[in-house]
Design a protein around this ligand. Structure first.
Ligand code: 13P
Ligand code: SF4
Length: 332
């Protein structure tokens, strides 16, 4: 297919006007894909906003677990994804690793009924279902602190999967004791026991990067996502989820310099001046970037041809428990 970007945009708009479809995009999507969306947001906002939408199809531009979350929360919608790209962190945990993590705690003297699992939304529906079945819930980076505060009221040990950084960062913020499975420590002495998963994009930011910017531009602020290593978050002026970072950065005075530690596409379109990327390596999420304008067009065309592609289906049991885990989060 040899359409130019402008031709593809026109074709996409024509199909959107014709079909009962809402195009949804995460902030990390490529600019040209992001521009085509009817709804944009971070993972929590997208899960909420699509629930209220009444088009037959949701065309979700993001990574697989996000499309799955929309389907779990709104099972009557038909969710299609131009690319069912898998978040590298979500891929680090599956139901087998989850069960092994529970078994590790049991082996260390913690009864199953005293474990409360929390999964970051960056996990597949099967893991969310396991968590739901054990009485646990989902969190996002925007609400992790609220969810953990609530969970601690039950007096149980928290098993936090899959992001070790988010788990440790929240524990540090709240003055709680945490450990990472496989890296030593006694779970009986910890409040939060984290699985050893991480986001490779957010691992790119280093203490040297912070020192470099602080030296080069005295007075610069450092704002980072909590998927960054605790050594980074501890030194930052602001730590927040995607939507919290957007609010913080766009509300800064125009002449305030800020270096941001999160995904490139989002930072790049935030604020025209005085905003820097906190890394000499471009922090692009490879899986978020898989979706192209051509993919969006072909996915819409398939709907128009009556043969939708890349549709998300979830089995009944997974759907049931994953929904409970997500709804426990929504209720808070
Ligand atoms: P948000 O929940 O902030 O949208 O983040 C999702 C994500 O994958 C960040 O890397
Ligand atoms: Fe997953 Fe990291 Fe990409 Fe977010 S930035 S979607 S956590 S790989």
């Amino acid at each position: 297919m040899n359409y130019s970007t402008e031709e593809l945009k026109e074709k996409i708009e024509e199909l959107k006007a014709k079909l009962s479809v809402t195009v949804v995009a995460h902030f990390y999507q490529r600019d040209e894909v992001f521009e085509m969306a009817d709804i944009v947001g971070d993972s929590l906002e997208l899960a909420k906003k699509t629930q209220d939408d009444d088009a037959e199809f949701v065309l979700f531009c993001g990574v697989g677990f996000m499309g799955q979350s929309v389907k779990v929360l709104s099972p009557n919608k038909r969710v299609v994804m131009p690319k069912v790209a898998c978040c590298a962190m979500a891929r680090m945990i599956d139901t087998i690793y989850f069960d092994e993590s529970v078994a590790f705690l049991e082996k260390n003297g913690i009864k199953k009924e005293n474990i409360l699992p929390i999964t970051y939304i960056n996990s597949n529906a099967e893991v969310k279902a396991k968590v739901g079945e054990m009485g646990g819930m989902v969190c996002t980076s925007a609400n992790a602190k609220i969810i953990i505060t609530k969970a601690l009221q039950e007096g149980k040990k928290i098993l936090f999967v899959p992001d070790r950084c988010l788990g440790q960062n929240i524990a540090n913020q709240m003055g709680l004791k945490s450990m990472i499975i496989g890296l030593g420590g006694d779970p009986k002495e910890c409040d939060i026991i984290c699985f050893d998963g991480f986001c490779s994009v957010h691992q790119l930011f280093s203490v040297d990067d912070i020192e470099f910017y602080r030296k080069k531009y005295p007075g610069i602020l450092i704002a980072v996502h909590p998927e960054c290593d605790p050594s980074i978050c501890d030194r930052a002026d602001f730590v927040g989820s995607t939507s919290q970072l957007i609010k913080y950065i766009t509300e800064l005075p125009e002449d305030q310099k800020v270096a941001v530690g999160t995904e490139f596409n989002m930072v790049n379109r935030l604020r025209p001046k005085n905003t820097y990327i906190l890394s000499s390596t471009k922090p692009e999420c490879p899986t978020m970037n898989e979706t192209t304008l051509e993919d969006v067009y072909l996915t819409l065309k398939a709907i128009d041809d009556g043969a939708p592609i890349n549709e998300i289906f979830i089995d009944e049991k997974t759907q049931y428990w994953a929904k409970i885990a997500l709804e426990r989060m929504m209720a808070l």
